[in-house]
Structure formats: C-alpha cells, structure tokens
Design a binder for this molecule. Structure first.
Ligand code: AHR
Length: 493
C-alpha cells in the first residue's frame, strides 16, 4: 500500500493573505533574458508589438504576472538610466561586464521596460544603482519616471511619455554584500539609509523601498539592516538559489540521477529554514511585521546548457524544477505573514526560466505550468495546514515527501496544493477539512514518466498539466493519492 501522510486543512482559521506579488518575476539584462527573449526590436520575422514578442508577452499575460523586477540583479548596480533613454541611435553601446562581456545596446531602457510592464499587465519594480551610481542619479531617475512636472518630466514627454508612470517598488541596490559593492552590513545599512532618503514619491503617491537583503543564511546581514536601516525602507530582500553540486554551479540541468533529484529538492526545502531564520531576525526589530520580506531572487542554478555562453546562465528546466517551484510556493504560504513578495529568477531564458526561446521558437517550461496551476492563490487567504508526511531520502538527502499548502480565494473557493517529491512511490494524503463544507475535489496534476522530463521546441508538451481524478471527499475528509514525482492542485467543491 502507498505510504500515508496525514493532515488537517484549517478552514476554521484565517491565515495571512497569499500576496499576489509572490508571483513576481525577475528580468535582467543577462544573456537572452531581455534581448531575444522578450525584446526583438524591429525584427519582422518574430511577431512583436513595439519590439516585444507577442508569443512571450501573451504567455506571461496568461500567468497574470503581477510585478516585474528589472534591470538586475548585478546589472543594476552598474546601470546608468540616462544611457537608456532618448533616441536609440544616440544611446551608448556598453559592455555588460557582469554577464558575458557582450555588448549592451541600451535599446531596452526605462520607456521600453514600462512598455513591457504595460503589455503584460504588471507593475514595475526597478532596482537602482547604489554600486557605482550616486544618490543624485537615483533621485533623478525616480523623478524622471514619476514626476508630473519639471525639466525631467519634460524630457520624459519629449522621449514619448507625457504622463508620469507609477513606480510602486524601488530597490535600493542589489546584493550590496557582493556584486553591488562588496559592502559590510554596517556600511550597506548606512548607504541604504542615505540613498533611500533621496528616493521621493510625488504627492499622493507611494514608492515602497526595498533594501538589499542577505545572501542565503547570512542572518547577521538581516539583523544589521533591520537594526540600522528599518526606518528608511518598507521591505528587505533575501536571495537564495538552489545549487546542487555546490558553487560554482556545475550540475547539469537535464542529465541527473535520483541523487541529483533529491539533492536539488532538499536544497529547495532549505528555503523554509532560511525564511524562519531571517524572519526571527526581523521580528526582533519589527514584531508588527510592517517591513516585508521580498525573496526577490530564488530558483535553481545549474551549469549552463552545453554549447551555450557561460555568462548567459541558460539552463533547461525539467520536472525537477516544477517540484522546486511547488515546494517554494508552499513554503511561502507558511511564511505569508512576512513574505509579501518573491521573484523567481528569471523570466525568460535565464536560470529557472518560465519560458525558453530560440529565434522565433518558444516553449513553456514545467516551472511555467506550476505557476499557472497556482494562479488561484493570488491574494487568497492562507489556510494553515498541519501535515505529517513520510520522509523521502536518497543518500544523505532527506526531506518530507509531501509538501502542501492551501488558500481560500477571493470568491471563497478553497485550493489545496500538494507535491510528492518521492520519485518512486505514490503517497496517500488523508486530510481532515476543519471548518470546510466540501463534497468533492477536482484538480490538475503535473508529472511525467521520467524525473528528467523536459519540454523542448520539438516536444513542448512532455510536461504539461493534466486533469487529476485521484481525490475524493467524504465525511469532512479529503483523500488523495499523489503519484510519485508529481505536483497536484485541487479545487474543493
Ligand atoms: O540572477 C542572476 C544573478 O544572481 C543576479 O544578477 C544577482 O543578483 C544574483 O547573484
């Protein structure tokens, strides 16, 4: 018989909101992330609207992407916004020193990014240059974007956009502990206070400022930032990548055995420990949780795909990545009181991408499909879950086999997400539905015959959601048989 997990889904308790900004995506000037992946300019062979690919934008719209983070990443702390506005033929061509040493044409600048945001129906989250920019440059960028009047607003109008844009989120640099300037936390906290002071929103508007947060388990960074800079910011970020095989990334994205599967999923589970630790440091200075945690870079980081540029971070995306995504999205539900935003890295063609392109071809990755399955979670209310799962282990990698979360959406419908990390055994989940009046459950499942299954341009439907019929509800009890290596999203009736 299949091993059994037991659970209680607490419809009788009101958890925090599962903020839709948890589905934010990160798009950096890196490899084919922007140029080719999103923006093709005047290329008539690839259907586009004002330069942005119709196929990719259409797929992103379908996901309901709430926020796009741009222009980096490491790129942000060397980016000078003035080089990306005005006539394209006058924009300087720079070298992207972080990512491959290739030329950066500056064809996508502020106006083009805002165009993308509008086409997708998202909100902008712009990261400013603290690393080698000045507070004045940062302040002027914000004024250029948001001001209704003045010389910078006139310049914006001359460049084609009369009305000010809304700028709800602004990052005070990125990874100030590393590529953003190799700062110590005390210094970074002071710099954050200084730069944030000059990021000013026009009357009756609000810009939420997000401080550059810790790397992995650097709890001291969070502690110092909270102690010293909490008065100047609204959010604090955290970056954590799942890197099987260690740093620098060396594991293949698509050729792996069960140990590679287990190591990666155990790495994804680490996010739970990290958020717990960083939240504790934040609680010390902000027990009311006014400052949100933005996990604004997460996902898998493997060796680049064979034959691709080492600085482009292009990697395939398999069923394993789908499980990584589901485990993260379930962990964010558990911590939704503090985590109000997260951004998967990255949107197109880079790291754990939603979408891969090659010339005019496009394919949706297993990760994309997980995001689509979780779409009903946006701004729903988290229903706490108590879960006792059997363990799954391979070699030294040990984790609960089942990961779960539940949300009541705005229409009152309850959705339960379940993932089974065990690639060999199905698991039965017996869940008491406390305070819920359900009589049935329908759903979708994402799985495939092999742990290494991927979607390719030739076979784009190897890993796609299918109808799931393995769930029953009777007597206030949900009973689900989760196939091995699967992600299931249920809707209770
Ligand atoms: O996402 C790739 C890089 O990872 C980002 O530029 C940086 O912030 C992080 O180190």
């Amino acid at each position: 018989a299949a091993p059994t997990a037991t659970a209680t889904v607490h419809g009788d308790r009101q958890g925090p909101t599962y903020d839709k900004r948890i589905f934010t995506q990160f798009a950096e000037h890196l490899g084919d992330g922007i140029y080719g992946g999103l923006f093709v300019g005047n290329d008539r062979k690839i259907p586009n609207t004002r330069g942005f690919r119709n196929d990719v934008v259409g797929a992103l719209k379908e996901l309901g992407v709430p926020v796009i983070r741009w222009p980096g990443g490491c790129f942000a702390d060397e980016y000078h916004w003035r080089e990306g506005v005005g006539p394209k033929n006058k924009r300087p061509v720079k070298i992207n020193t972080h990512w491959g040493g290739v030329t950066e044409p500056n064809s996508v600048g502020t106006h083009e990014f805002m165009e993308l945001v509008e086409q997708v129906g998202a909100e902008p989250y712009i990261s400013g240059n603290v690393g080698n920019g000045t507070p004045q440059e940062m302040a002027e960028w914000v004024e250029y974007i948001t001001s209704p009047a003045g010389t910078l607003a006139d310049e914006r109008a001359e460049n084609g956009h009369k009305a000010p844009w809304k700028l709800p989120y602004f990052g005070i640099g990125n990874e100030l502990w590393g590529c953003g300037g190799n700062m110590r936390p005390e210094y970074a906290a002071d710099v954050t206070r200084r730069y944030a002071t000059f990021v000013k929103a026009p009357a009756n508007t609000k810009i939420l400022k997000i401080a550059s947060g810790a790397n992995n388990d650097d709890y001291n960074w969070t502690e110092v930032m909270m102690r010293e800079a909490r008065g100047q910011v609204d959010g604090l970020s955290l970056h954590y990548y799942t890197v099987p095989g260690g740093w620098p990334p060396r594991a293949s994205a698509s050729q792996f055995d069960e140990a590679g599967w287990a190591e990666t999923l155990a790495g994804a589970w680490k996010m739970d420990t990290l958020i717990t630790g960083h939240s504790a440091a934040m609680d010390k200075y902000d027990p009311e949780k006014k400052i949100f945690l933005a996990v604004d870079e997460w996902g898998t980081w493997y060796a680049q795909d064979p034959g691709t540029h080492p600085g482009f971070l292009r990697q395939q995306n398999s069923l394993r990545d789908a499980l990584v995504a589901a485990i993260h999205l379930n962990i964010f539900a558990k911590h939704a009181d503090r985590v109000k935003m997260s951004a998967i890295a990255q949107m197109v063609n880079v790291l754990q991408a939603m979408i891969l392109t090659d010339g005019s071809k496009m394919v949706l990755t297993p990760t994309y499909h997980v995001f689509h399955m979780y779409k009903p979670y946006m701004d729903g209310t988290v229903l706490p879950i108590e879960l006792k799962s059997p363990w799954y282990n391979k070699d030294q990698w040990v984790m609960p086999a089942v990961s779960a979360s539940a949300v009541r959406d705005k229409a009152g419908v309850v959705h339960v997400a379940l993932a089974n990390a065990d690639p060999n055994r199905s698991i039965t989940v017996q869940a008491a539905l406390a305070g819920l009046n359900a009589s049935g459950a329908t759903g979708q499942i994402l799985t495939a015959p092999a742990i290494t299954a991927i979607n390719t341009f030739d076979q784009p439907n190897a890993v796609v959601p299918a109808a799931f019929t393995g769930a029953q509800v009777a007597g206030g009890q949900l009973s689900v048989t989760l196939p091995a290596k699967s992600v299931v999203m249920l809707t209770l009736q």
